[in-house]
Design a protein around this ligand. Structure first.
Ligand SMILES: Cc1cc2nc3c(=O)[nH]c(=O)nc-3n(C[C@H](O)[C@H](O)[C@H](O)COP(=O)(O)OP(=O)(O)OC[C@H]3O[C@@H](n4cnc5c(N)ncnc54)[C@H](O)[C@@H]3O)c2cc1C
Length: 102
């Protein structure tokens, strides 16, 4: 297929659109205005072993949620949030609790 599509924006919507189009045989190029990918999903990794989410980090519901499906597809570990005690634990990178009752 000779058609080429330009996707503007490399947030999750643009990247998903680009991947979907590419899977259907289109040539795709993505134009992003910033110097990084991800848009409002932004993990700051300047603290070495301690990634800090400055944008989206919660998957609001695991059933019927396309983000949850992506996490499963890419084997991204997910942790449940306790809404009764949302700040009750600092998590280590590996997902285990570092300290209780913050
Ligand atoms: C602090 C914060 C916390 C959040 N937490 C959550 C959460 O926990 N769970 C959740 O589900 N959602 C959360 N959200 C919302 C979620 O981040 C957004 O809904 C989602 O990332 C939007 O994705 P998008 O691709 O539609 O847009 P964006 O992520 O905004 O991506 C758009 C991209 O297009 C680029 N762009 C725009 N205009 C142009 C142009 N003219 N030329 C070139 N590039 C352009 C931008 O630079 C950007 O990279 C949060 C948002 C913020 C800000």
């Amino acid at each position: 297929m000779d058609d080429c599509v330009c996707v503007v924006g490399a947030g999750i919507a643009g990247l998903t659109a680009a991947a979907t189009l590419q899977a259907q045989g289109f040539s795709v190029f993505v134009l992003e205005g910033r110097i990084r990918l991800g848009g409002r999903i932004w993990t700051d990794r300047s603290w070495g072993d301690t990634p800090l989410d400055l944008g989206a980090s919660w998957i609001h519901g695991m059933r019927g949620n396309p983000i949850a499906a992506l996490a499963r597809k890419w084997r991204i570990p997910v942790l449940s949030t306790d809404y009764e005690r949302p700040h009750s634990c600092i998590l280590q990178v590996v997902g285990s609790c570092l300290r209780q009752s913050v």
